[in-house]
Structures are given as structure tokens and as C-alpha cells.
Design a protein around this ligand. Structure first.
Ligand SMILES: NC(=O)c1ccc[n+]([C@@H]2O[C@H](COP(=O)([O-])OP(=O)(O)OC[C@H]3O[C@@H](n4cnc5c(N)ncnc54)[C@H](OP(=O)(O)O)[C@@H]3O)[C@@H](O)[C@H]2O)c1
Length: 378
């Protein structure tokens, strides 16, 4: 639950909810009992953003999901953007097919860094480590180094990414995939982002970070630190966002199958109902609402069982956070990613998951989602 503490005004959707009529611009909101600062478009209107970034040359390194989306959104927001890539890689071809022109808007990495005053390092996290030794020589005094993840900086003992102390170092980390960032920008919405400052040499690092945040298509921007961002991100994606949910799906499906339920029944009761019915409702109204609005039978079971699942999983989540914090997870990512047979090994692991019964059953169940009206109008 959040409560407005101070506000110049609110966006329409929220002002409606809170019965406040003036429009746009939140400063401090109360989340539970904690106050947090939030910045959005009205704090950095187009004119202000262009004034702040006017004298800068913007270079985006990398053209993966984030590099592509952030570069294209900035261009659509009226900025000249140069992209730096390794020549001949798959990203190079992709950038050309999107309209970037070699030696005009598309350059090899070093040349792009030389030309930029703001270097947005959106290479893969392993790529940032591999290229740093060369690139650092061209990220010179007065420039700004931008990341979308705290990874390279926080784990600098492993990545060796240690910026010189005469540059600004900032972060805008969209809390969504690059594909979502682009899609929601085109729809006129935005993805929320975390913003952090690691070094503010110019005294303007915050202004630059928020301006870039708006320009790449952020909706609301939440202040954080490099460390908090990377710990929560690595923890969350290994936890609920991807692997915990996958592990729980598999465990429940396995028991249903062992007890003689058919694949379709096991899948429907494990994944399909969750993603199609309950998760969208949780998204709209929260879990508390769900508990208050399900059948009394489901309600009794849920209230009895959620503490057991919580308590049984707590040690695993603690172990995970500790491994993120200690850098063990990072060590594994960097070691695995730098093996010459990495892709081959990865494809094998993904194939195994792809061919497991649960996800094969899922493919069939998804194909049977009613697309038309499946009832007769009398
Ligand atoms: N994906 C997300 O959902 C997400 C969300 C928020 C933040 N982030 C962060 O944003 C950053 C970029 O992530 P991403 O997912 O967009 O990128 P990615 O897919 O992990 O990285 C792709 C880019 O890195 C380049 N690259 C990798 N190694 C390289 C090397 N040694 N030399 C030159 N280029 C190299 C690739 O070029 P080639 O095509 O030539 O290999 C490609 O352009 C990361 O810090 C990530 O943690 C990602």
C-alpha cells in the first residue's frame, strides 16, 4: 500500500485512484512504512532533457535486447545515437538492417567510444569484462559511463571494470526486457527503471541519468545503488522470476503425474490456470485480494499452506542471496560464459527442458486455448 507524502501532482490514473485532481509529477511515496523518491516524465520534460544532453555525443555499445531498444527509443526521442559493435558479429548485421550506416552511425567498438561523451555500455555482462581493458583508454576525463546493470562495477574484483575517478558513472536499469522496453515505448507507455549514481564528478550525474532514463523509455524511475540493483536483480531472476517458479512448476507437475494424473490435467492445474487466470488477477489486485475472493475451500488451503511453502523455501532463498552477495553466482556466470563450448552446452541444457513432458504438454494445451466464442447464442 502506498500513500502520497508530497506531490506536485499525480498522473491521471493515480490521481483518479487517490481522488486528487491536479495532474502529473510524483516526488515521494510511502511504500508500506518506507518513503521512496520517484521521478517521471514531468520532472524531466522534453525541453529540459534536450538541454541537459544537448552537448553530449551518445554512443551505445552493444545491440542485444537492451542496446537495440535503448538506441532506437533515443533516436525516436530526437537524439543522434552512434552504435559501437564488433564488426561482423550478428549484432552488426542487425544494426545495418535497422538502418544504421557504417562509419556514419555504426562503428567498431573503439571508434564509437572515442566519439562518444556518454558511453552507454550495453554489451553483455561478460562482454563488458572482455572488452574493458581496451575500451577504458578511450573513456577519458569528463566523459560519462552508463550501465543498465550494476554487474561490472559491483563485481569489479572479478570483472576488473574499474573506472577512472575523473568520469561520471551512472546506471539506468529498466525492470523489463529490451523487447518490452521498445514495445511499450511504441505504445506510448514506459517500463519502470532503477537509477543509481556511482561517481558524480561533474555534479550533473543525476540529471544526466534521469534524462537518459526518460529518453530510453522509462516510465517511473526509482533511486537505488549499483549494489542494491545487482543483488536484487540476480537474486530475483534466479528466484521467483524464473528458476524458483520453474522449479515449483516441475515439482507440482511431477507429483501429479506420479499420482496418475494425465499430462493435460497436471499442466492445466499447475501452469495454465496460474498464468491464464490467477497471475493476471494477482497483477491487477494483489495476492491479498485473491485470498479474499476465492472459494472458501481454496482459501482455507491457501492460508494453511502458504506459510509452509514460505518457511521451507526460506533457507534456499537465503543461500541464493548469500551466493549473489559473495560473488559466487557472478563467478559462475563469467566462468561458464567464457568457455569455448558455452553455446553448445547451453543448447543441450535448453533442449532437455524443451523436450521435458511438462513443456511438451504445455505446447498442446496452449494450442487449445479457445480463440473464438465456444458457446452457442440461443
Ligand atoms: N536483457 C534484459 O532483460 C536486461 C534488462 C535490464 C538490463 N540488462 C543489462 O543490459 C546489458 C545488455 O544486456 P542485453 O541482454 O541487451 O545484451 P546481451 O544479449 O547480453 O549482449 C549482447 C551484445 O553484447 C555484444 N558482445 C558480447 N560480447 C562481446 C565482445 N566480447 N565484444 C563485443 N561485443 C560483445 C554482442 O555482440 P555480437 O552480436 O557481436 O555477439 C551483442 O551486441 C547487460 O548489462 C544486462 O545485464 C539486460
Amino acid at each position: 500500500m502506498y500513500r502520497i507524502l508530497s506531490s506536485r501532482s499525480l498522473p491521471l490514473s493515480l490521481s483518479h485512484k487517490f481522488n486528487i485532481t491536479n495532474i502529473r509529477g510524483i516526488k515521494t511515496l510511502k511504500f508500506g512504512n518506507v518513503n521512496e523518491n520517484i521521478v517521471e516524465k514531468s520532472d524531466y520534460p522534453r525541453k529540459k532533457v534536450h538541454e541537459i544532453l544537448n552537448d553530449e555525443n551518445i554512443t551505445v555499445l552493444g545491440y542485444g535486447p537492451q542496446g537495440r531498444s535503448q538506441a532506437l527509443n533515443m533516436i525516436d526521442n530526437g537524439f543522434n545515437v552512434k552504435v559501437g559493435l564488433r564488426k561482423g558479429g550478428s549484432s552488426w548485421k542487425k544494426a545495418i538492417s535497422d538502418g544504421f550506416i557504417e562509419n556514419d552511425t555504426l562503428f567498431p567498438l573503439i571508434e564509437a567510444v572515442k566519439q562518444g561523451t556518454i558511453i552507454m555500455n550495453l554489451l553483455s555482462d561478460a562482454g563488458q569484462k572482455q572488452t574493458w581493458n581496451e575500451l577504458k583508454n578511450y573513456i577519458t576525463k569528463g566523459k560519462t559511463l552508463y550501465f543498465s546493470h550494476g554487474f561490472s562495477i559491483v563485481y569489479s574484483d572479478q570483472t576488473k571494470v574499474i573506472p577512472s575517478n575523473d568520469i561520471d558513472v551512472i546506471m539506468v536499469a529498466p525492470k523489463g526486457s529490451g523487447t518490452t522496453l521498445r514495445k511499450s515505448f511504441k505504445e506510448g507507455k514506459g517500463v519502470n527503471s532503477s537509477v543509481a549514481i556511482y561517481q558524480d564528478v561533474s555534479g550533473k550525474a543525476k540529471d544526466k541519468a534521469y534524462s537518459l532514463g526518460i529518453s530510453i523509455g522509462s516510465g517511473y524511475m526509482y533511486d537505488t545503488t549499483f549494489e542494491k540493483e545487482v543483488f536484487s536483480d540476480l537474486f530475483g531472476e534466479r528466484g521467483i522470476l524464473m528458476w524458483a517458479i520453474c522449479g515449483l512448476f516441475h515439482a507440482q507437475y511431477q507429483i501429479l503425474r506420479e499420482k496418475g494424473h494425465s499430462p493435460s490435467e497436471a499442466f492445466n492445474e499447475t501452469v495454465e490456470e496460474a498464468t491464464q487466470s490467477l497471475i493476471p488477477l494477482i497483477s491487477e489486485n494483489g495476492m491479498d485480494w485473491m485470498f479474499a475472493n476465492c472459494s472458501t475451500t481454496a482459501q482455507r488451503g491457501a492460508l494453511d499452506w502458504y506459510p509452509k511453502f514460505r518457511d521451507n523455501n526460506l533457507p534456499l532463498f537465503r543461500e541464493l542471496y548469500d551466493k549473489v552477495q559473495s560473488g559466487e553466482e557472478t563467478r559462475r556466470v563469467l566462468t561458464e560464459n567464457s568457455k569455448s563450448n558455452y553455446k553448445e552446452k547451453l543448447n543441450k541444457e535448453l533442449k532437455k527442458l524443451h523436450e521435458s513432458e511438462i513443456w511438451k504438454a504445455g505446447k498442446v494445451v496452449r494450442s487449445l486455448r479457445p480463440k473464438e466464442k465456444h458457446y452457442y447464442i440461443i
